[in-house]
Structures are given as C-alpha cells and as structure tokens.
Design a binder for this molecule. Structure first.
Ligand SMILES: *Cc1c(COP(=O)(O)O)cnc(C)c1O
Length: 429
C-alpha cells in the first residue's frame, strides 16, 4: 500500500538503496550522459550491456557468414522469433510454444483481429474501452472497415466515468450476447490502472467471447500468469519496461487451443518449416505460433531482447515487481509529504494490486514542468493534458533517483520555474 512507513531525508533513500537486492543490476545498464536521471523507462527502456553484446554478436555473424547467418547454430537466427518467444513467455507463464517475437504491437493487433474476429449476424461486436492507447483503436477500426462494416455499428465502447480509471463492472455488463471479441489493456497507459485479467477473461469466456490483452504497459514490470488466466491472445511491445531498444520487434501470444485457426495475415515465414523453401504458391500454415509471423524476422531489432531477457531471468519478475511497487509507493509518500502545497497530486491507483509501474503525477502546468525537469537533468514523460508519468524502473533506478526527482519538483513548484518556458508542444513530448 502507499504511504507505508517511509521516512524523509536523503540518508533514508540511500539506506533503502543499500538494502536493495536488485541494486547490482543498475551497472548492467548504461546511464545517460551527464548523470541525468531517467524516469521514462516505461516509454523506452535504457540500453544494457547485455543487449549491446547480443547485438554485436549478431553483427559479427553477419559479417563473417553472410546469408549463412540463417543456418549457424542449427538455425538459431532462423528460428529466432520462436526462441526469444520461449524465453519471453516465461515472464507471463505462457506455454513454451505460445509466444513469438515479431512485427510491432499495432500489426500484431491487426493479425489477432483478422484471425479471431469472425462476425456473424448475431455476434459481431468488438468491445473496447475509451482509455486505451490510440493505435489499438486505429487497428480495430481499420479491421472493421476492411470487412465492410461501419465502425459505430460494430464497436462497443466502455466509457470511463472520470477519464482516469475503467470500471470492471461496466466492462462485464457490456459483455452481451452480440459481442464477438474484446480487446483491453492490462494496464492503462496514463493512470497505470491494472485491470483484473483473470476476472475479465473468465467473464468473457463464460459468455463465449474471445478476449485479447495488450500488455504494453505491464510486461516486464508486472508478473502475469497465463496458465491461470488462459486468454485467447495477447500483444505487447518489447521496448518499454523490457528495454529491448527503440522499435524492437514485438510479442504476440496465442493460446495453443487456437493453433488450428487460419491466420488472418499470412506470409512465407508463417509457412511450415518443411515446405517454406519449396516456395509453392499454396500457403501451408505452420501448426504453431510460427503461423503468426509474416515476413523475414527483423534480426537487428530482436537481438537486444535476447540480451536483456537474460537480465530478467537473473533478476526474477517477482523481485522486480516488489521493488517497483516499493519505488512508486515511496514516490507517492514523498509527493504527499513534500509536494502537495505546490499544486501537485497523483491520479493513479494506490492499491498495490491495481497499480502498474508508474506514478501519474498531475499538475495544471504539467507540460512546462516537464521542460523544467529536463533543465534539472531529469527525463520525465508527459501525457496530455496534465500528466507527468514517473516510472522508476526496478532494474536501474534507485531510491536516491526518486528522492532527487522530488527535490527538483519541489524547487520547480516553489519558484514556479515553468514560467520560464513556452507551452508550445514539441514533435515528441
Ligand atoms: C506503446 C503502446 C503501443 C505501441 O504500439 P507499436 O505498434 O509497438 O508502436 C500499443 N499499445 C499500447 C497500449 C501501448 O502502450
């Protein structure tokens, strides 16, 4: 819970760091130049030495082997998506053959909807929420249009009452007999609210509805148990908490009970291994998750993941989650004690069971405060209209980082430093 027995003062922060069982992992990551404090690992995780080594190793193989890169180590790189998927799947307790690393989140949503959404006269609706990241909606909407339907005819949207949280009761109420498929985020990208995947998946299945989850804001930060939850599909990116690099190839999970379904988007890397290089014009679908790949794997966008997954395996997702929760609770404690007088508050769940990996700091001058934070050598993350997402990452942020962040926010608040900056929005905010 938030506001457990923390104490004020930098010495206390340092004492927490001393006791931190994950502190050694910080040195496996590159810290930003100039000693900048990074609080944006939920948008793009930092580079690690392990990721770098895996990428350089791959480059060497290419340099020395040319096209034979596909054959070395018994097809290690040819089967790379599946191999990485096996290791990645452990983070969500998927079966060994249910995850593949491929494409990007948006395309994987297209793939899942194209595969699973089979509208009939009675059952044709797609249920979504109104707080999910926009690309999920763009993908769903275009799939609806591709099948010749009107969006408002098909889409059923659960609306948030406060633009911050989603009410699970309302989601369950919306699971009517005309709903064919549900797509929801595991964690909301602004408020870090965790939806109860087990409860909602069971409710969907009891109504015969296919349900898929977007794990972008939870994977690598929050443990999942897919053996228990048994969703139909899931998608996520690997560049946020998982730190696999900008544009890293994404992940897709398909419950193995669906391996007999015909994939919506077929390509030659979804063909059976045995006949792929016969180059027939008749697609022969692979009998497993490989079917959900389309074209040639983007090797250089995958290698860093191989490196960083080793760090995850050593650190353990449960220890990562425990530290992450403690760091965000500590931030909330410090906000309560030191920042409330300057117009700051937070719009996130305080309950550990419902809180993802960041604190959603709110201030009416949030945009300009973010610019001021950068002048204090802190990298935050702004989300319209008034949220500063603060993501202390368990593997590489310290309690001292969190403490210094609060120091800077206090000074900015006290001196109204935002007045020094313009409110005009930059390209990437
Ligand atoms: C970050 C994020 C994405 C990103 O999609 P890409 O296609 O990988 O760029 C999608 N959905 C959610 C919920 C996200 O948070």
């Amino acid at each position: 819970m938030a506001n457990k027995d923390f104490e004020l003062g930098i010495d206390y922060a340092k004492a927490l760091d001393d006791k931190d069982v994950l502190k050694a992992f910080r040195d496996r990551f590159y810290q930003l130049e100039g000693g900048k404090i990074y609080m944006d690992g939920n948008s793009l995780g930092l580079a690690s030495k392990d990721a770098e080594a895996a990428l350089l190793k791959m480059l060497e193989v290419w340099k020395k082997q040319g096209i034979l890169i596909w054959n070395v180590d018994e097809g290690h790189y040819f089967h790379y998506g599946l191999k990485l998927g096996k290791q990645l799947g452990k983070l969500i307790k998927a079966e060994e053959d249910e995850v593949i690393v491929t494409a990007n989140t948006t395309l994987n949503i297209h793939q899942a909807i194209a595969t699973f959404w089979k509208p009939t006269k009675e059952r044709y609706k797609i249920l979504v929420d109104d707080l999910n990241f926009p690309t999920d909606r763009y993908a769903v909407d275009s799939q609806i249009k591709l099948k010749g339907y009107a969006i408002d005819e098909v889409l059923k949207i659960v609306e948030s009452a406060d633009d911050i949280f989603i009410d699970e009761e309302k989601v369950i109420e919306a699971m009517t007999d005309d709903v064919a498929l549900i797509l929801l985020p595991s964690a909301l990208y602004r408020s870090a609210q965790l939806l109860n995947m087990d409860r909602l998946t069971k409710a969907a299945h009891s109504k015969g509805i296919i349900i898929g989850w977007d794990l972008c804001h939870s994977i690598g930060s929050v443990p999942h148990d897919f053996k228990k939850v048994q969703p139909d599909f899931a998608v996520w990116c690997n560049y946020k908490y998982l730190s696999a690099g900008p544009g890293a190839s994404a992940g897709i999970y398909i419950n193995r009970k669906h391996f007999d379904k015909t994939v919506g988007l077929a390509g030659w890397f979804g063909n059976k291994d045995e006949t792929q290089f016969q180059l027939n014009h008749q697609f022969e679908q692979a009998p497993n998750i490989v079917a959900f790949q389309t074209g040639t794997p983007n090797l250089f966008s995958m290698a860093p993941l191989e490196g960083v997954l080793n760090i995850y395996e050593e650190a353990g997702i449960d220890r990562i989650r425990a530290k992450s929760l403690n760091l965000t609770a500590y931030l909330m404690y410090l906000i309560d004690k030191r920042l409330k007088g300057y117009g700051y508050s937070y719009n996130n769940e305080t309950d550990d069971k419902k809180r993802g990996g960041h604190v959603a700091l709110v201030h009416e001058e949030a945009y300009r405060i973010c610019i001021a934070l950068k002048a204090h050598d802190i990298v935050p993350d702004y989300r319209e209209p008034d949220v500063i997402r603060l993501a202390p990452i368990a593997l590489y942020n310290s309690y001292e980082d969190a403490y210094k962040l609060i120091d800077a926010l206090e000074i900015i608040g006290k001196n109204k430093e935002w007045e020094l900056y313009s409110n005009e929005r930059a390209l990437v905010v």
